[in-house]
Design a protein around this ligand. Sequence first.
Ligand SMILES: Cc1cc2nc3c(=O)[nH]c(=O)nc-3n(C[C@H](O)[C@H](O)[C@H](O)COP(=O)(O)O)c2cc1C
Length: 176
Amino acid sequence: MKKIVALGGSTSRQSINKKWAGHVAGLIPNSKAHILDLNDYNLPLYSIDHEQNKGIPVDAHRLLEQIQSADGLVISLAEHNGCYTAAFKNAYDWMSRINKEVWNQVPMFLMATSPGGRGGATVLDIASKGFPFLGGNIIATFSLPRFYDVYSESGIQDMALQETFEEAFSMFQKAI
Ligand SMILES: Cc1cc2nc3c(=O)[nH]c(=O)nc-3n(C[C@H](O)[C@H](O)[C@H](O)COP(=O)(O)O)c2cc1C
C-alpha cells in the first residue's frame, strides 16, 4: 500500500487547495492518503535568531518526516499576491533548515487552484521552477481555475480541463 501525502499550501479552514489535493490523492488506487493540514504544525515565523536561540521547532521535523516518508506527494498551492501563502513559505523555510532536500526526490504532482480564472498559475510557475532546487521531483503539474464553478467530486465540470487533468494524473500515477 503506497503512502500518498496530500498538502494544501494554506491555513484556511475552508481551503480549496487542501480539498483539491485531498480529492486527487483519494483517486490513486492501492494507496492510503494522508491529508496534512498546515494548522496542525505549530511553526513560529522563521527567523535566524529564533533558530540560533531556540532551535528548529519539533513540528518542522514532524512535517518534514511526513513528506519525506511518502511514496507520492500531491501538493496544491494557494496563491497570495502572486506567490506562496506566508504559512506555506514559513513551513518550507523551516524544513529547509533541517534538510536542503526538502522534497527528497519523492514523485510529486504539483498543482494550484483558485476561485479566479488563472488557477494559481503564478505560484505554480514559481514552485515548478524552485522546488527542483530543494529535492523536488515534479512529475506533472496542473492548474485548476474557477474552482467553485468546475469542481465536483465526480470530476471537473469542464471537458477540456478534465482531459488535461487526466493526462497529468496518469503521468503521476505511472511514476509512483
Ligand atoms: C491575501 C490574499 C491574496 C490573494 N492573492 C491572490 C492572487 O495573487 N492570485 C489569485 O489567484 N488569488 C489570490 N487570492 C485569492 C485566493 O486564491 C483564494 O482566497 C483561495 O481560496 C486561496 O486558496 P485556499 O482556499 O486554499 O486558501 C488571494 C487571497 C488573499 C486572502
